[in-house]
Design a binder for this molecule. Sequence first.
Ligand code: ADP
Ligand code: MG
Length: 278
Amino acid sequence: MWRQIEKIAADVKPKFRVLVIANQKGGVGKTTTAINLGTALAAVGERVLIMDLDPQGNASTGLGLSRQERKITTYEVLTDAATIAEAIVATKIPGLSLVPSTRDLSGAEPELMSQPRRNFRLRDAFEAFAATDPGITYVLIDCPPALTLLTINAMVAADAVVVPLVCEFFPLEGLSQLVSTIELVRGGLNPKLAIQGVVLTMFDKRNTLTEQVAADVRAHFGDKVYQTVIPRNVRVSEAPSHGLPALIYDVKCPGSQAYIKLAAELIQRERQLNHMAA
Ligand code: ADP
Ligand code: MG
């Protein structure tokens, strides 16, 4: 009897949530959001894994991992040469670990094109990882600025998408392409994929265009847009060159404080999503 209960408990034990940070535009704050949201979640006791899925490796650099230290990377995970458990490394931040990337990752896409289950490589890898009971509660995947096979793999493996957006000219035009990709994935490869939220980044409240674009985005996406906006803040942009999250480099700066608020809002939404699913 007790054995049975233990088995049932193991089966229903919630697996980590996989959130993919995606936008095919470069320079919108994907990597900054992955690093600082990850740090903020870790600070409140979550156990977070950031997966660097961009061949530029900015998340790995921003977390202070030198090129020489990147031995087993997302490239090996995608091409089945290593497991996530083998690729994972600790960072300086307690509760935050990383699967790093290097330029090698740009070779994964052409290699995978002719392979079976090419869209499911990450999902398969995360399922194997979950079976090792790694004690991770959140995975954040930092995507490259493209809607190609790497991002599709991330969306297929994910529970939900977080979309960073800069309030500049015509952000909705670029977003429609992203939203149709999400719809496409939801229509076949991963029906459960949700949009966790849209986060307005590098917000400059002195700029009237910013306010106007933000209003348009909120009119279009409604309450999918987080209340918290991330201000443009020079301390946030300085932090990566020190190999540190802004939250560690300068926790008091407005950008860091905004990421702490964003994490709280995200957790609140996760509770609602789980409540609805239950
Ligand atoms: P992406 O990953 O979408 O290409 P990044 O996160 O690398 O975008 O951000 C692009 C650039 O903008 C980086 O130099 C980063 O340091 C800077 N940046 C990101 N967020 C902020 C912010 N809130 N304030 C100031 N600079 C920022
Ligand atoms: Mg990036």
